[in-house]
Design a protein around this ligand. Structure first.
Ligand code: ADE
Length: 251
């Protein structure tokens, strides 16, 4: 089933293929992997080393600490995958463009990416340029390698694949899908350490509940993520109102 060329596939190039599937083999992503809804291939970059020590890195040109992943070895590893040109080629890096839900959705809608995981101080720039690798960051902090970042990206994509979320799908409600953080959720018991579920959520009035949730999501986004709030999309139901000239009335 995993050899189906139409299936969404993540091909990972890493020095630690044994780290995969790791958490991707468990829970939602793991069940979807086991049932053939997506495929994962982790390939060892070291298999493309050519010298007798199987070396993959060397000291940085110009001096400095650490080691740099060699361009020739990584290029050979990429070429050995013989992947079609339509597969996005990513490299996980803290200096990449920050990953967004919009980019995740694009990647999930495509055939699935090739993802290079760096280690050491970095990767020789020439292979990034020569193989047109898109540098992607998962946040402004530095991990010890790209593997956990790659898993994060893959997990975010996999949950969007058709059939993976099934009835769990809350597509339109969740954080970021509409440019807002998610409203707070509650469940039983009704009273927890003397804290109550907000009355309105128990009212059964779906319109009031929806209004309350939107207001909560907006307040949260405004206070926690002013960056998201500043660029939020205009809600379709208010779009016409905003465009309407000031001197017209509703009737
Ligand atoms: N590798 C190390 N740190 C990273 C980060 N923040 N994002 C993506 N890849 C990384």
């Amino acid at each position: 089933m995993t050899s189906d060329p139409k299936i969404w596939r993540a091909t990972v190039l890493t020095l630690f293929p044994e780290m995969f599937p790791g958490p991707l083999g468990i829970s939602l992503a793991g069940r979807a992997l086991a049932s053939g809804l997506w495929a994962l291939e982790a390939r060892d970059i070291r298999d493309s080393a050519t010298d007798r020590h199987r070396s993959v890195d060397d000291t940085p040109a110009g001096g400095g600490p650490g080691m740099v992943l060699r361009a020739d070895v990584l290029a050979a590893a990429i070429d050995a995958t013989a992947l079609p040109q339509d597969r996005p080629r990513l490299v996980m890096s803290p200096r990449g463009r920050p990953l967004t839900q919009a980019r995740v959705a694009e990647l999930a809608a495509g055939p699935g990416p090739l993802i290079v995981c760096g280690r050491f101080e970095g990767i020789d720039q020439r292979v990034i340029d020569a193989r047109s690798l898109e540098e992607v960051s998962i946040g402004d902090y530095v991990l010890s390698g790209g593997e956990i970042a790659a898993m994060t990206l893959i997990d975010a994509c996999v949950r969007l694949l058709p059939g993976v979320m099934g009835k769990l799908s809350s597509g339109t409600d969740e954080s970021f899908s509409d440019g807002l953080l998610e409203y707070p959720q509650y469940t039983r018991p009704q009273s927890f350490e003397n804290r109550q579920i907000p009355e309105i959520l128990l009212s059964g009035d779906h319109a009031r509940v929806a209004k309350w949730r939107l207001a909560e999501a907006e307040a949260l986004t405004r206070s926690r993520r002013p960056d998201l709030w500043a660029v939020r999309p205009i809600a379709p139901e208010t779009r016409n109102q905003r465009k309407r000239p000031k001197n017209t009335t509703d009737g």
